[in-house]
Design a protein around this ligand. Structure first.
Ligand code: RIB
Length: 328
């Protein structure tokens, strides 16, 4: 039986304005459309895992408001196991205010609400679920003490842990040493390394990755259209190119990437192949609006990977993708 991917993290309702551009501080701009989507970095990852056809369980908290009921129902409808999604009494659900521009770029303000109440004692109650995990996925939209608790549990029970250090904040080295896969984007990498945002480029990324490797065992720096830089304690160090797509909304692309990476690893791909699979999941998600509705099925991802393989190497025999095609 397949061990589930357990996601511990946030569940938000995304309130999204789509307009020509994102307002600057102090500026008012006219939006073109408004939509709500189910989001939250944790919930997005769980839904993406399930849509790829792999068993996903979520450990989270929603508020005791209409949003909370709607968000839990959305997870259930996406085939995510919600047994450990609790309701925080007298608390609002998490929301994210998202502005998306015509290039598909976004800016996000998150109001955590119930996500801030997912505490180590809640995770302790969910210990049987955590121990059953094939891999644990988490992010930084829940209290840091809970992320710390997860790191210790993962280390104690030898379960791989994938940490998406988003939203960006510094993380103690001793905590990073308990992380199996660290997956920052460019901004998060700079914050983790105490560097100015313009210091990270394709030319300098290997130095940043090497510095993070002093903590985590495997580092994957997500660099959008430049690709993803992979570095491992075992000495692997390379850029995995991005897939070329026409983006309409980059919201949750990082979440899609992590879900794809985790599913690929659980299906037995080697790390470089798994990063490529994750990159394909992330790329497809940018071609659609919203967080959870943008997550692709395994067949869509396999098609994108295969078409890119075909373009690159028509003369060479094509490498097996080695992931079971799940029922869409
Ligand atoms: O990563 C994208 C997510 O960040 C959005 O869905 C929003 O809810 C915030 O958590």
């Amino acid at each position: 039986m397949r061990r589930p991917i357990v996601v511990v993290g946030s569940v938000n309702l995304d309130l999204v304005s789509i307009g020509k551009r994102i307002p600057l501080p102090g500026e008012t701009v006219k939006g073109e459309r408004f939509q709500t989507f189910h989001g939250g970095k944790g919930a997005n990852q769980a839904v993406a895992v399930a849509r790829l056809g792999y068993p996903a369980s979520m450990i989270a908290k929603v508020g005791d408001d209409d949003f909370g009921a709607r968000l839990r129902q959305g997870l259930r409808a996406a085939q995510v196991n919600v047994r450990a999604v609790a309701t925080a009494a007298g608390t609002a659900s998490g929301v994210a205010l998202i502005a998306v521009d015509r290039k598909g770029q976004n800016s996000i303000t998150v109001v955590p609400g119930a996500n801030d109440q997912l505490l180590p004692r809640d995770l302790e109650k969910a210990l049987p679920q955590l121990r059953a995990a094939g891999i644990i996925l988490t992010q930084l939209e829940i209290p840091m003490e809970s992320v710390q608790y997860l790191c210790s549990v993962a280390q104690r029970f030898r379960i791989p842990l994938m940490l998406d250090p988003a939203p960006a904040r510094p993380i103690p080295r001793r905590m990073l040493r308990q992380v199996t896969f660290l997956t920052p984007n460019e901004t998060e990498t700079c914050v983790l390394c105490g560097a100015a945002p313009d210091q990270l480029t394709v030319a300098t990324v290997s130095r940043f990755a090497a510095s993070l490797l002093g903590g985590a065992a495997n580092v994957i720096i997500k660099m959008g259209k430049h690709g993803a830089f992979l570095a491992t304690a075992a000495g692997l160090s390379r850029m995995i190119p991005a897939f070329k797509v026409k983006p309409v909304d980059s919201t949750a692309a990082g979440d899609a990437f992590n879900a794809g990476l985790a599913v690929a690893l659980m299906q037995g791909m080697d790390l470089a192949e798994a990063v490529r699979f994750g990159a394909a999941v992330g790329a497809i998600s940018t071609t659609r609006a919203g967080a959870q509705p943008s997550m692709p099925t395994a067949s869509e991802v396999i098609r994108l990977v295969a078409s890119s393989d075909g373009k690159k190497q028509s003369a060479r025999p094509r490498r097996e993708t080695r992931i079971a095609e799940a029922a869409d």
